[in-house]
Design a protein around this ligand. Structure first.
Ligand code: 13P
Length: 239
């Protein structure tokens, strides 16, 4: 599974052009490809990808069904707009909005209830890695899922080390293999997809995709170029 997270990029005309280019991409039926545009463009982009197998996702949503929550968009709304997944717990949101796994359980449940799947992000900071706490941090971010009673069968996990996001410095194959093993040990399910995210590019992709336990990628910056995104998908298929 290769997912593009466009974050807060792409003005409308760029977003629609990029979505049209992604639809033209050739990839194998066995590869699941998705894009997560800014929420305002989801409705239009859903129409562009109609008839293709490109999945559309939201970059966030809230769990409540309605109410006085100015500025919020809920799981039912993004589902109705055509999404089949929602990124939750991205480090940029954990940092800016103090999101924690505990606070997100309600949202994960709401996303699952619609039939969409969450792409649930975990990852340590540079400081946490340097002080030898990376495994504990990531395991700690995952553990509340286990006691939540949620059906983990529907959840995709993305390991995104914070220090690798947008830095051009992806984690090494060894780092990725070690952490993906920890994620799989904690989740304790054979069928969970565990993506890697953090400076995935056409250059870094081949090595990342050869790492044991990697089920694909959550791509930021490189997903803003249809050519680079296609090259990453091709690298996945060549691995
Ligand atoms: P980059 O690929 O730009 O490092 O971003 C990764 C990311 O945060 C995807 O969610």
């Amino acid at each position: 599974m290769i997912i593009g997270n466009w974050k807060m990029n792409t003005p409308r005309s760029d977003a629609l052009a990029l979505a049209n280019a992604v639809v033209e991409m050739k990839y194998l039926e066995s590869t699941r490809v998705g894009i997560c545009p800014p929420a305002l463009w989801i409705d239009s982009i859903t129409r562009i990808v109609k008839g293709s197998s490109i999945l559309i996702g939201a970059q966030d949503c809230v769990g409540d069904k309605f109410g006085a929550q100015t500025g919020c968009i809920n799981a039912n709304m993004v589902h109705e707009a055509g999404c089949s997944m929602v990124i939750l717990g991205h480090s940029e949101r954990r940092t800016r909005f103090a999101e924690t796994t505990e606070k997100l359980l309600h949202t994960i449940a709401a996303v699952l209830e619609t039939g969409m799947f969450p792409v649930f992000c975990v990852g340590e900071t540079k400081k946490q890695r340097e002080s030898g706490k990376a495994f504990d941090v990531v395991a700690g971010q995952l553990r509340p899922l286990l006691t939540s009673g949620l059906d983990l069968g529907g959840i995709v996990i993305a390991y995104e080390p914070v220090w690798a996001i947008g830095t051009g410095l992806s984690a090494t194959r060894k780092d990725i293999e070690e952490m993906h093993a920890i994620v799989r040990e904690v989740i304790n399910r054979d069928d969970t997809l565990v993506l890697y995210g953090g400076s995935v590019s056409p250059v870094s992709a081949a090595d990342i995709f050869n790492a044991e336990g990697v089920s694909g990628a959550l791509v930021g910056g490189a997903s803003l170029s249809a050519n680079k995104f296609a090259a990453i998908v091709a690298a996945w298929e060549r691995r």
